[in-house]
Design a protein around this ligand. Structure first.
Ligand code: G6P
Length: 612
C-alpha cells in the first residue's frame, strides 16, 4: 500500500527520498513521485506511473534537484486510476504547496465542490488533491502555513498520513497523522518521516511514532510535535533494533525465498525466549489466571494469512482449552455487531500491526469491553500500541508481499499461547504438556530439514506450472493449512486455486474435477489420515493429478495411492502445520518462478493494507 518518506537536512533530498521509496516498494504500488524545495524556494515535482526505475530515469534526464527538503510517495491507487497525474505529490494550483498522502479523505467530494465553486482548478481524480488545494485556499486567505494545516485537518474526514511541503516555509516540512501509520526519524543534522521504518533505517534508528491528531514540523535541527490543540508535546523515542541487512536480499533471488529460508531461525527467536525449564513463559503478558478462568469464549480477529493462522488456532486452542473459539475476518467482524464483551478475549493477529480493518475491529472489540491481546511483528505499530497485551513475533522485517516467516512465527506463538492458557485452566495432562514443549524445542531443526531439499518442489513446479486451476483439500488442521497454501499460490503465480474441506468436496466442487485437474491433497493430520486417503481416491477416480503431502511415517502408505508424494517430519499433531506450510510455500514459489511472475511484488497486492 502507499508509502511515504520525507527528509530535511544539509544534503540533497532527492537521492535519499528515492532510496527510501525503494525500500518501501515491497508494500505494493503502481506509481511514484517526489517533491523537493529548490534552494531558490521553488517546488520541483517529478512523478509518474510505474516502477521507481521509471521515476529514476526521468530524474536522470533533467538537471539534478539540489534542494535539501523533500517528500516522496509510492501510490497504490484507490481514487483514480494509476497514471502520471494521479500520482503523488499533489500540488496546489499556484504551485506553492505540495503534499503526499496515505489514507482516504472521505469527504473529498464535498470539499472539491466547495473549492470548484471558488474557482479552483483540479488536475487529478484523487481524493488527496483536495488537501493541497484546501491548504492553498486557507494559506492565501491569510493564515500562516501551520494555521492553514490545522484548518485543513479540522475540515477533512477520513484517514491520513500527510507530508506537506510549502515553498513559503523553506528548510522545513510538516507531517500529520490520523488512522494511518507515520513515524518520525531523528538523524544527525537531519530529520525524516516515513510510513514504515525500513525506509529510513539506513540513516537513523532513533524514531517516534506519531499518534492520531498530532502535527510535526521537521527541520534539520530537530522535530517539534504538537497535539490537536496545537500544544507542544514531548515524544517518546524508540530505538529500532532491526538489522539493516535483514531488509536486504543477501544473495537470494527473491525476498520471498530468503524469508522462507529464514523460518527456522525466526521461529527459534520466537520460541526460545519463551521456553524456560520446560515451561511456556510469557513474561510480557498481563492476563491474570483469574481472567483466563473466567473466559466464556475467544475471538481471533485478522485478515489474509494472519486470518489463516487464526483458522489453525481455532482447532488447536479449542482442543487444548475446551473453550469455544471464533475466527473472524476483521473486515466482517467490525460491522457485525459482534457478541463480544468483558468475558471474551480478543486475539488480534497482524504482521504489520497497521492493517486498517484489523485496527478497526480491535477498536470495536475494545469498545465492548473485551481484553485485546495482539500477536504482531512490527514493534510499536498501531495495533501493538492500542492492545492491552502484545506478543511480538520477532520475525524481523518481512519484505515480500506474500508472507511466510511472519505466518510461521504467528502460528507457533498462537499455539504456545493456547498451551499456556490451557495449562492455567488445568486442561492439559502433564505428559501432553511435556510432549508439546519437546516438540516446540525441536521445531526449528525440523523446519530446517524440510528446507534442506528443495529439488522435489522445483521438479513438481516444472510439471504443473502451466495448470490454470488447482484445488487444495484437507480435513481439520489440513483444511486450515490448505487455505494458506492456496492463497500463496494465487497471490504470487496468479493461478486460480481453491481450498476445500475434503469432506465438503462432494457437495459441489467435485463437479469441477476432471482429467488433469491438479489436486494438492493434505494428509498430515494423523488422526484423519484414512479419511484423507478416501478423498484422494475420490478425486483420482475423476481423473485428477494428485500431489499429496503427508508425514514421513505415512510415506509408504501414501505412495501406494498418490503418484506424487511430499513428506515432512513427524511432530506433535498440534505443530504439524508449522512444518506442513513450508512445502506449500516452496511449491507456490517455484511455480511462480517458472511462470516468470514478479514474486516479491505481485500485481494489485500490497504488503500493508491501510485502507478499507
Ligand atoms: C495483506 C498481505 C498479506 C497479509 C494481510 C494481513 O493482504 O499481502 O500477506 O496476510 O495483508 O496483513 P497483517 O499485516 O495484518 O498480517
Amino acid at each position: 500500500m502507499c508509502g511515504i518518506v520525507g527528509f530535511v537536512g544539509s544534503e540533497p533530498a532527492a537521492p535519499i527520498l528515492l532510496d527510501g521509496l525503494e525500500r518501501l516498494e515491497y508494500r505494493g504500488y503502481d506509481s511514484a513521485g517526489v517533491a523537493v524545495l529548490s534552494p531558490e524556494g521553488r517546488l520541483q515535482i517529478e512523478k509518474c506511473k510505474g516502477r521507481l526505475a521509471v521515476l529514476r530515469q526521468k530524474l536522470e534526464e533533467q538537471p539534478p534537484m539540489t534542494g535539501c527538503a523533500g517528500i516522496g510517495h509510492t501510490r497504490w491507487a484507490t481514487h483514480g486510476e494509476p497514471n502520471d497525474i494521479n500520482s503523488h505529490p499533489h500540488v496546489s494550483e499556484n504551485g506553492r504547496v505540495a503534499i503526499v498522502h496515505n489514507g482516504i479523505i472521505e469527504n473529498y467530494v464535498e470539499i472539491k465542490e466547495f473549492l470548484l465553486h471558488k474557482g479552483v482548478r483540479f488536475r487529478s481524480d484523487t481524493d488527496s488533491e483536495v488537501v493541497a488545494q484546501l491548504l492553498e485556499y486557507y494559506f492565501t486567505a491569510g493564515a500562516d502555513i501551520m494555521d492553514a494545516v490545522y484548518q485543513v485537518l479540522e475540515r477533512i474526514d477520513g484517514s491520513y498520513a500527510l507530508g506537506i511541503l510549502c515553498a513559503d516555509a523553506p528548510d522545513r516540512f510538516i507531517a500529520a497523522r490520523k488512522d494511518a501509520p507515520l513515524l518520525l526519524g531523528y538523524g544527525d543534522g537531519c530529520s525524516f518521516i516515513a510510513s514504515d521504518v525500513t525506509a529510513i533505517i539506513r540513516h537513523t534508528r532513533d524514531v517516534s511514532y506519531m499518534e492520531d491528531g498530532e502535527v510535526a514540523v521537521l527541520t534539520k535541527d530537530g522535530i517539534a510535535v504538537y497535539d490537536r490543540l496545537r500544544r507542544p508535546i514531548e515524544k517518546e523515542h524508540h530505538l529500532v533494533d532491526w538489522d539493516v541487512s535483514a531488509a536486504e536480499k543477501g544473495g537470494y533471488a527473491h525476498f520471498m525465498l530468503k524469508e522462507i529460508m529464514e523460518q527456522p531461525e525466526a521461529v527459534r527467536q520466537t520460541v526460545a525466549p519463551r521456553l524456560q525449564g520446560g515451561r511456556v513463559v510469557f513474561e510480557e503478558l498481563s492476563l491474570s489466571p483469574a481472567y483466563i478462568k473466567g473466559l466464556s469464549r475467544i475471538f481471533i480477529i485478522a485478515c489474509g494469512s494472519s486470518y489463516h493462522v487464526g483458522m489453525l488456532g481455532k482447532y488447536n486452542l479449542e482442543k487444548l482449552m475446551r473453550i469455544p473459539v471464533e475466527v473472524c475476518l476483521a473486515s466482517e467482524f467490525r460491522y457485525s455487531d459482534p457478541l463480544i464483551g468483558p468475558d471474551t478475549l480478543a486475539i488480534v493477529i497482524s504482521q504489520s500491526g497497521e492493517t486498517l480493518d484489523t485496527m478497526a475491529a480491535l477498536r470495536e472489540a475494545k469498545k465492548r469491553g473485551s481484553h485485546i491481546l495482539s500477536i504482531v511483528n512490527v514493534v510499536g505499530s498501531s495495533i501493538a500500541r492500542e492492545s492491552d497485551d502484545v506478543l511480538y513475533t520477532w520475525a524481523g522485517p518481512e519484505i515480500a508481499v506474500a508472507t511466510t516467516k511472519a505466518y510461521s512465527t504467528q502460528l507457533v506463538l498462537l499455539d504456545m499461547l493456547g498451551l499456556y492458557m490451557a495449562d492455567i485452566l488445568g486442561r492439559v495432562p502433564a505428559e501432553e504438556y511435556a510432549a508439546i514443549v519437546t516438540a516446540l524445542e525441536a521445531l526449528p531443526d525440523k523446519m530446517g530439514a524440510v528446507l534442506s531439499d528443495v529439488e522435489s518442489y522445483q521438479y513438481l513446479a516444472s510439471q504443473y506450472f502451466n495448470h490454470d486451476c488447482v484445488f487444495y483439500i484437507g480435513r481439520n488442521l489440513d483444511y486450515a493449512l490448505g487455505l494458506e497454501g492456496s492463497l500463496k499460490l494465487k497471490e504470487i503465480s496468479y493461478i486460480h486455486s481453491e481450498s476445500y474441506a475434503a469432506g465438503e468436496l462432494k457437495h459441489g466442487t467435485i463437479s469441477l474435477i476432471e482429467t488433469g485437474t491438479l489436486v494438492v491433497a493434505l494428509a498430515t493430520y494423523a488422526p484423519l489420515f484414512d479419511k484423507a486417503v478416501s478423498n484422494i481416491v475420490e478425486v483420482k477416480a475423476r481423473g485428477a493429478d494428485v500431489v499429496a503431502l503427508t508425514t514421513e511415517s505415512q510415506r509408504d502408505r501414501m505412495e501406494k495411492i498418490a503418484p506424487n508424494v511430499l513428506t515432512i517430519p513427524d511432530t506433535h499433531p498440534i505443530l504439524q502445520p508449522s512444518l506442513g506450510v513450508i512445502p506449500l510455500q516452496l511449491f507456490a514459489y517455484y511455480i511462480a518462478l517458472q511462470r516468470g511472475c514478479d514474486i516479491d511484488k505481485p500485481k494489485n497486492l500490497a504488503k500493508s493494507v491501510t485502507v478499507e
